[in-house]
Design a protein around this ligand. Structure first.
Ligand SMILES: Nc1nc2c(ncn2[C@@H]2O[C@H](COP(=O)(O)OP(=O)(O)OP(=O)(O)O)[C@@H](O)[C@H]2O)c(=O)[nH]1
Ligand SMILES: [Zn+2]
Length: 358
């Protein structure tokens, strides 16, 4: 079969036409320009819509299959599907990638989700509201190359949402803030700007803030609970997994993956610098390039705190995130080394005390 891929090739003018099957899955120029028309026909693009034990579930133009594990791919990835050797299907360069260190290992990296356009960082207008947590998720999004939007849920339960919105706006000049009731029709309208056809969005936030409620609000009648799919696991039992990429009636794709729930900051120095660009800009003006902004003379950060133009609490949160990132980015061996050094310190302190007869 000869398919017409001309619409995806660079230079094609987007007209007012129905989206193609691939565009409905999020295909666009960023991927099309990585490959020539011949290869497109020989190895049709497919998107990884879910990961199962038995392999990668992929969807494309007339394709809906599970291919055996092999390609270094995660949900959201685009592959050039090699029918003859599915394991050799090429993974296209990503627009964005969320990854993390595999727990308990060294430098191994686990891919969580690829090609997300917008991440909604969710918190609620109540006790869950926590600026530090917002900053950390926004840093994570920046690091992954994803545009973050802060969504404050449970606006209906707050007497006044303005103070929450104001605090959230201080996270970064570059991040829009939306307050809403996650139930009902409001999310589809309030988030429409980011939920355009063919765009991929995801929700990040702690338990109970309303991520599922928002997802269901966007999906409307096709709510997630009805989309469980069955497959056999290695022991031959049936397990129900959730399809991880869902299309809204408007044609936006919502990526819902459990791996996004327990994300920690690792290797996110650049993302942290993006969130705290105000402090980084001050730090660049300190007299010493290795200034720790503690007691050094000529420290621009301390001066700004002194004259009230910088917030000491934000400086403290910046330090804390950097420390968390450094710790999580260390390998297990490096952490053991730190623990050993710490152990030695404790032992010598204890010894000193017993020597003194304490
Ligand atoms: N009144 C009100 N209730 C909400 C709102 N958003 C969520 N809820 C309720 O809060 C509870 C938790 O919402 P969920 O959507 O399950 O939260 P979640 O973030 O998906 O939680 P996890 O699945 O544990 O990660 C549910 O009872 C929702 O109905 C809101 O905007 N207003
Ligand atoms: Zn300084």
């Amino acid at each position: 079969m000869v398919r017409d891929y001309s619409a995806f090739l660079p230079g094609a003018t987007p007209g007012r036409r129905e989206p193609t099957a691939l565009e409905r899955l999020g295909w666009g120029p960023a991927f099309a320009r990585q490959i020539g028309a011949d290869a497109l026909t020989a190895t049709p693009p497919v998107r990884v819509v879910a990961i199962h034990r038995s392999g990668l579930q992929v969807a494309g133009d007339g394709i809906d299959e599970t291919i055996p594990p092999g390609p270094e791919a995660t949900v959201g990835d685009w592959l050039l599907y090699d029918h003859a050797r599915p394991r050799s299907s090429r993974v296209l360069d990503r627009k964005s990638l969320i990854k993390r260190r595999a727990p308990g290992t060294g430098r191994e990296v686990q891919l969580i989700a690829a090609n997300i356009d917008t991440v909604f960082v969710v918190t609620s207008c109540n006790a869950d509201f926590n600026v530090a947590r917002l900053e950390r998720y926004v840093a994570l999004a920046f690091e992954a190359g994803i545009e973050p939007v802060i969504v404050l849920t449970k606006a209906d339960l707050a007497e006044d949402t303005a103070p929450y919105v104001e605090e959230a706006r201080k996270v970064s000049d570059r991040v829009p803030v939306v307050a809403l009731d996650a139930r009902g029709d409001e999310p589809a309208e309030a988030l429409a700007e980011w939920c355009k056809p063919g765009r991929t969005v995801a929700f990040l936030g702690s338990s109970g803030v309303g991520k599922s409620t928002l997802t269901n609000a966007l999906l409307g009648a096709q709510a997630i609970a009805t989309q469980g799919i069955r497959e056999d696991d290695a022991k031959g039992r049936h397990t129900t997994t959730r399809r991880e990429l869902h299309a809204t009636p408007g044609g936006c794709l919502v990526l819902d993956t459990p791996g996004m729930r327990e994300l920690q900051l690792t290797d996110a120095a650049a993302g942290i610098a993006d969130v705290f660009e105000d402090i980084e800009a001050l730090a660049a003006r300190c007299r010493f390039t290795d200034c720790r902004h503690e007691t050094e003379p000529g420290c621009a950060v301390l001066a700004a705190i002194e004259d009230g133009s910088a917030d000491p609490a934000r400086l403290a949160r910046w330090r804390k995130l950097q420390a968390e990132d450094a710790f999580n980015s260390a390998t297990l061996a490096e952490r053991r080394e730190k623990d050993r050094a710490f152990g030695k310190l404790v032992r010598s302190a204890t010894k000193a005390r017993s020597d003194r007869g304490a």
